[in-house]
Write a protein that binds this ligand. Structure first.
Ligand SMILES: Nc1ncnc2c1ncn2[C@@H]1O[C@H](COP(=O)(O)OP(=O)(O)OP(=O)(O)O)[C@@H](O)[C@H]1O
Ligand SMILES: [Mg+2]
Length: 487
C-alpha cells in the first residue's frame, strides 16, 4: 500500500519554487485546470508533496504552507476554495486556522488531516465547520476520492450560486427574461452547460432567443474573459464560411495577399457560436467534424495542421434529425454537436412570460428615451391572446413600434401591429368558427336576453335601454309584452 506516513511515498516529487515558505505551483500542461485554489497546510514535507501531487492531478492550483503563520498569509492574499489542514501544527494550531478560514469565507471547504490519536479533535473540527477528515496514514486513492467528492460539492454549490445570482430581480436569468417553469428548467441546464466544455446544440423557433442563450452559456462560464465569436452559417457563402472558420494561407486564392487566421484559431480558449448550423454545406460539415475530433485545423490552401482550443456552441431552427434522415446533415457531426441539447420553448407555450417580457422591453425603451409608457388593458389582453409566430423578436418589435406610434403614455390597440389586431378579428370575432353548435340559441331568445340585460343594465330605464339597443321605445314595449315581462 502506498501510504503518506512521512516515509513511503510512491509518487514523484517535483521541485517547488518556495517564496518565503509559501509556494504557488503552476498546473502541468496536460491537466485541465478546474479553476479552484487549494491550500495544503502541513509541517511534514512528504505529506505536503503527496497532497499536492494528488490535488494537481485533479486540476487544482495548489498553495503550500508549512506553518500557521504562512497559512494565514496565503489566506490573506489568495482566494482559497479548499484547505487540506493538519490539525497538529506548531504554534496557534489547526483549529485556529479553521476558525479563521470559516470567518473569512464560510464556503471554503476544509478537510482536516489528523493522526489516529487525535480523531477526537477531528470531530471537534467537523463541529466547527470542517467538511471531512482523513487520518494519517492515508493512501493516495483515499485522498483522491475525498478530493473528487469536494470537487463535486463545489461544482454543485457554484452552479447553485450562479443560478441564485442570475435569477436576480425575479425576472429571469441574467439578460434572459422569463419565469415560466419551462424557462426555469432551461436556466438549470444553462448553469450546467456553462461549467462544461462540451458542445451544446441550441434548438428553437426563430426569435426564441437562441443567440441570447448561447451568449449566456459563454458569459456565465469560467472562460467568459475569452472571445465569444458568432458565425452565421446561413448568411455567408460557403467559400467565405470556410476561410472565415479555418483561415487561409498566403496565395490560397486570388486576393489572398496575406495569410489570415481562422475564427476557430482566433477564439483561442473561448467559444465559437455556429448559428444556423443546419445551413452548413455538407463538405464543410466534414471539415468541421474533423476539426472537432482532432482539435486541429488546416487553413485553406495550407498543409500544416494548427491546433485549436475552442468550445463550439451551435444553433438551428431546423429539425436536424430530419435533415440527417434526408441526408443533408451528417449524422456523425449531429452526434458530435448534440452532446448537450437545449430546446427553447416558443412563446405561445409560455404565455405567462409575455407580461414580464413586455414590461422589460418598455422599461428598456424608457431608459433609452426617458419616456415611461404603459399598455392599456385591451391591448394587453390582445398581446396575451396572440400566438407570436415570430416569438420574442416579434413581441420586442411590436412594443418598439407601438411606442413609436403612440402619442400618449399609453399603448392602445390601434398602436399594435395589424397582424395582432387582425388575429383578434380572425380568432375571436368570428362566431361561425368559434362557437360550439350545442350552445347556439334561437335568434328570438338572443333578442330577449339582449333586451332584458339592457334594461337591467340601466336599472329599469326603458328609454335609455331602447337607446342602447338602437330600437324605438314602442318596439321595446311591444317586445316586452310578447315576452310577458312585467315592468
Ligand atoms: N428571454 C428573453 N428575454 C429577453 N429578450 C429576449 C429573450 N429571448 C429573446 N430575446 C430578444 O429577442 C431577440 C431575438 O433573440 P435571438 O436573436 O437570440 O433569437 P434567435 O432564436 O437567435 O432568432 P433567429 O432564429 O431568428 O436567429 C433579441 O433581441 C433578444 O435580445
Ligand atoms: Mg439567431
Amino acid at each position: 500500500m502506498s501510504t503518506f506516513n512521512g516515509v513511503d511515498l510512491p509518487i514523484a516529487r517535483s521541485s517547488q519554487a518556495n517564496i518565503a515558505g509559501i509556494s504557488s505551483t503552476p498546473r502541468r500542461e496536460a491537466i485541465e485546470s478546474n479553476h479552484l485554489n487549494l491550500l495544503i497546510v502541513d509541517d511534514e514535507r512528504s505529506i505536503r508533496d503527496g497532497c499536492r501531487e494528488v490535488a494537481q492531478a485533479l486540476g487544482f492550483t495548489t498553495y503550500i504552507a508549512d506553518n500557521s503563520e504562512h497559512a494565514f498569509r496565503v489566506l490573506e492574499t489568495a482566494s482559497i476554495d479548499v484547505v487540506l489542514l493538519d490539525l497538529r501544527l506548531p504554534g496557534p494550531g489547526g483549529l485556529e486556522i479553521l476558525r479563521d478560514v470559516k470567518r473569512r469565507r464560510p464556503e471554503t471547504v476544509v478537510v482536516v488531516i489528523t493522526g489516529y490519536a487525535t480523531v477526537q479533535s477531528a470531530v471537534q473540527a467537523m463541529k466547527n465547520g470542517a467538511y471531512d477528515y482523513v487520518t494519517k496514514p492515508f493512501n493516495i486513492e483515499e485522498l483522491r476520492m475525498l478530493l473528487e467528492r469536494v470537487l463535486g460539492h463545489l461544482q454543485l454549490t457554484s452552479e447553485n450560486r450562479l443560478l441564485r445570482e442570475q435569477v436576480k430581480s425575479k425576472q429571469g436569468f441574467g439578460s434572459i427574461i422569463g419565469r415560466s417553469p419551462e424557462m426555469e428548467k432551461l436556466y438549470r441546464i444553462i448553469s450546467k452547460a456553462a461549467h462544461s466544455t462540451h458542445p451544446v446544440l441550441v434548438l428553437g423557433e426563430s426569435g426564441t432567443g437562441k443567440e441570447l442563450v448561447a451568449r449566456s452559456i459563454h458569459f456565465s462560464g469560467p472562460y467568459r474573459d475569452k472571445p465569444f465569436i458568432p458565425v452565421d452559417c446561413g448568411s455567408l457563402v460557403p467559400t467565405l464560411i470556410e476561410s472565415e472558420l479555418f483561415g487561409y494561407v498566403k496565395g490560397a486564392f486570388t486576393g489572398a495577399a496575406r495569410a489570415k487566421d481562422g475564427l476557430l484559431t482566433i477564439a483561442d480558449g473561448g467559444t465559437v457560436f455556429l448559428d444556423e448550423i443546419g445551413e452548413l454545406p455538407v463538405d464543410l460539415q466534414s471539415k468541421l467534424l474533423r476539426a472537432l475530433q482532432e482539435k486541429e485545423i488546416r487553413p485553406v490552401g495550407g498543409t500544416k495542421a494548427i491546433p485549436i482550443n475552442v468550445r463550439i456552441l451551435a444553433a438551428t431552427n431546423k429539425d436536424l434529425e430530419q435533415c440527417v434522415a434526408q441526408g443533408t446533415f451528417r449524422r456523425d457531426l449531429y452526434f458530435r454537436l448534440n452532446v448537450l441539447t437545449l430546446r427553447i420553448p416558443p412563446l405561445r407555450e409560455r404565455k405567462q412570460d409575455i407580461l414580464l417580457l413586455a414590461g422589460h422591453f418598455l422599461e428598456r425603451l424608457a431608459r433609452a428615451t426617458g419616456v415611461q409608457r404603459n399598455i392599456s388593458d385591451e391591448a394587453l389582453k390582445l398581446l396575451l391572446a396572440y400566438d407570436f409566430p415570430g416569438n420574442i423578436r416579434e413581441l420586442e418589435n411590436s412594443i418598439e413600434r407601438a411606442c413609436a406610434l403612440t402619442s400618449g403614455p399609453t399603448i392602445s390597440v390601434p398602436d399594435l401591429p395589424t397582424s395582432i389586431q387582425n388575429w383578434k378579428l380572425q380568432n375571436q370575432g368570428n362566431p361561425v368558427t368559434s362557437v360550439d353548435p350545442e350552445t347556439i340559441l334561437p335568434l328570438i331568445e338572443l333578442e330577449k336576453q339582449a333586451i332584458l340585460q339592457a334594461i337591467d343594465h340601466v336599472h329599469g330605464d326603458k328609454l335609455e335601454a331602447a337607446k342602447l339597443l338602437g330600437i324605438g321605445k314602442t318596439t321595446l314595449y311591444r317586445k316586452l309584452k310578447e315576452y310577458g315581462a312585467e315592468f
